[in-house]
Design a protein around this ligand. Structure first.
Ligand SMILES: NC(=O)c1ccc[n+]([C@@H]2O[C@H](COP(=O)([O-])OP(=O)(O)OC[C@H]3O[C@@H](n4cnc5c(N)ncnc54)[C@H](O)[C@@H]3O)[C@@H](O)[C@H]2O)c1
Length: 257
């Protein structure tokens, strides 16, 4: 094992799939003990099996990130299982299918905001409390999106919720800096996960939609979950020890145009 996270315990939400699962595997391969949390417990258990198959240590927990009691219980479960919490990756997220603001149901706005904004708030609230109590500092990473940096037509709730995630990141970074708890965000563009598959599947011609997404990116392709995981690894590790409140953009050049 390479060991960039040796001795650390990481809790990852959205770990049943996509970016969260890839990050769980990368963190574990670098020596972290991983708590894989998601509302999809079976998916988490698969992630744990993959980690164990590569010789790592991990545990699966079901969590609904919009539920304060469940988030608090999940933090406690991580402490109980592995005795400490050094890294928290608030990564669970959801998106609406493309729809104009005029046609978006109020319930859909609330659903997306609850997962992507409130879910990150609750993760920070209870995760930072545990880190403060332990007094060892820590690293919190939040998955935003380039949609939180620039507007995203057809995805008002997603875009607004990811912008909220970025400002939560900055505010938490300021509140927690003196305790050496660093809070950073990653902002990926289209990445090859089930979330993007669903986005393409909701269009009339999914194959063409996927090609269009790739063409919109200057590097000419979607990102891979592993590429996003590597950025999270850097933020989780001590190599980023002077970074807090920062946003790492991983978008193949999309937002520099
Ligand atoms: N894939 C992309 O193109 C892309 C781009 C930018 C940002 N992101 C963000 O990356 C993160 C991970 O997404 P992904 O692309 O890996 O998608 P994904 O659909 O593969 O994974 C998302 C995971 O979050 C879990 N989840 C959703 N709502 C939850 C809830 N309320 N409680 C607990 N778990 C919940 C799902 O069960 C799923 O396992 C999300 O925050 C997403 O917004 C994705």
């Amino acid at each position: 094992m390479a060991g960039r996270l040796t001795g650390k315990v990481a809790l990852i939400t959205g770990a049943a799939s996509g970016i969260g699962r890839a990050t769980a595997l990368v963190f574990a391969s670098e020596g972290a003990r991983v708590v894989a949390a998601d509302r999809d417990l079976a998916g988490c258990e698969q992630t744990v099996s993959q980690i164990e198959a590569q010789g790592g240590q991990a545990s699966a927990v079901r969590v609904e990130v919009t539920d304060a009691a469940q988030v608090e219980t999940t933090i406690q479960a991580a402490l109980h299982k592995f005795g400490q919490l050094n890294i928290l990756f608030n990564n669970a997220g959801t998106a609406e299918t493309a729809i104009s603001i005029m046609d978006m149901a109020e319930e859909e706005w609330d659903r997306v905001m609850a997962v992507n904004a409130k879910g990150v708030f609750l993760g920070i609230k209870y995760g930072a409390a545990a880190m403060l109590k332990a007094g060892q500092g820590g690293s919190i990473i939040n998955t935003a999106s380039v949609a939180g940096v620039v507007g995203y037509a057809g995805h008002a709730a997603y875009s607004a919720s990811k912008a909220a995630c970025l400002h939560l990141t900055r505010t938490a970074a300021l509140e927690l800096a003196r305790a050496n708890i660093r809070v950073n965000a990653i902002a990926p563009a289209f990445t090859a996960t089930p979330m993007v598959d669903e986005l393409a599947a909701s269009s009339r011609d999914p194959e063409r939609a996927m090609k269009k997404l790739a063409q919109a990116i200057p590097l000419g392709r979607l990102g891979t979950p592993h590429e996003i995981a590597n950025a999270a690894l850097f933020l989780a590790s001590d190599e980023s020890s002077f970074m807090t409140g920062a946003v790492m953009t991983l978008d193949g050049g999309l937002t520099i145009q």
